[in-house]
Design a protein around this ligand. Structure first.
Ligand code: GLP
Length: 235
């Protein structure tokens, strides 16, 4: 794992932009990006939106979506992606789980078929305070594919800041599985701030265990971790 310790999220996002630019240069045909939501990648998306980069030959596949939120709901990840990136940088095609499909079997199979059709070249990840990636909560098998997740109380509490009240946070989500994340050719994972320091320590130094989903990234051949000094405090 390559580790970059940066002074600010803007410096980290600039590294991310440079790596994305390199991926675009290296792949002459269609490029498939796996994309994340949450607070962490917002600066990256802002810089990408302001850049000269062209994503018109790119496919975007998002990690996850809340069950029960439609794309017009400002808290949905579909709305987030349109607002922060897709409205400014058109992609050839974008995919995100459909939170309005209450048939989890149908929706998760549909998403796995998309992932089979478009192998991910570069996956962007954030890191949950409990070590989750996507919405793969502690205990998720490493062999998991797309599935419906019951969110933990700590994740609901951490994400409540985006909602008017914590009771508004959906209790479940559809998430790409850990196996699909690990299938990406390259991964960038970003984490900023002291609230992430313990998870970063377990990600980098801890045993590889389903109790810390991100720890499996130690076994991926091409991972870059971008952290600020606060998040890197325990490594
Ligand atoms: C959410 C998302 C993850 C994200 C994580 C960290 O639960 N499902 O994809 O990486 O939390 O979020 P943040 O970047 O806001 O700290």
């Amino acid at each position: 794992m390559k580790i970059w310790i940066v002074k600010t999220p803007v410096e980290g996002a600039n590294k991310g932009v440079a790596m994305i630019q390199q991926t675009l240069k290296d792949c002459h045909e269609q490029v498939v990006f796996g994309l994340a939501t949450g607070g962490t990648p917002q600066t990256l998306y802002r810089l990408l939106s302001a850049s000269q980069l062209d994503f018109s030959r790119c496919i975007a596949i998002n990690l996850d979506e809340y069950v029960g939120l439609d794309q017009e709901n400002p808290q949905s990840y579909a709305y987030y992606m349109n607002r922060h990136l897709f409205s400014k940088k058109p992609f050839q095609q974008t995919f995100i789980p459909n939170g309005m499909n209450r048939n989890a079997t149908v929706e998760t199979q549909r998403y796995d078929q998309i992932l089979d059709r478009y192998p991910i070249d570069l996956q962007i990840l954030g890191l949950g305070q409990n070590g989750h990636i996507g919405f793969n909560e502690p205990g998720t098998p490493f062999e998991s594919t797309t599935h419906e997740v019951q969110l933990t109380e700590s994740t609901i509490a951490a994400n409540a800041r985006f909602f008017a009240q914590s009771t508004d946070v959906p209790r479940s989500a559809y998430s790409m599985g850990i196996k699909s994340i690990m299938a990406a050719k390259q991964i960038i994972i970003m984490a900023y701030g002291k609230a992430k320091a313990a998870a970063v320590k377990k990600l980098v130094l801890g045993p590889v265990t389903t109790a810390v989903p991100a720890s499996i990234l130690q076994q991926h051949p091409n991972v870059t971790l971008i952290v600020d000094e606060a998040a890197a405090d325990q490594i």
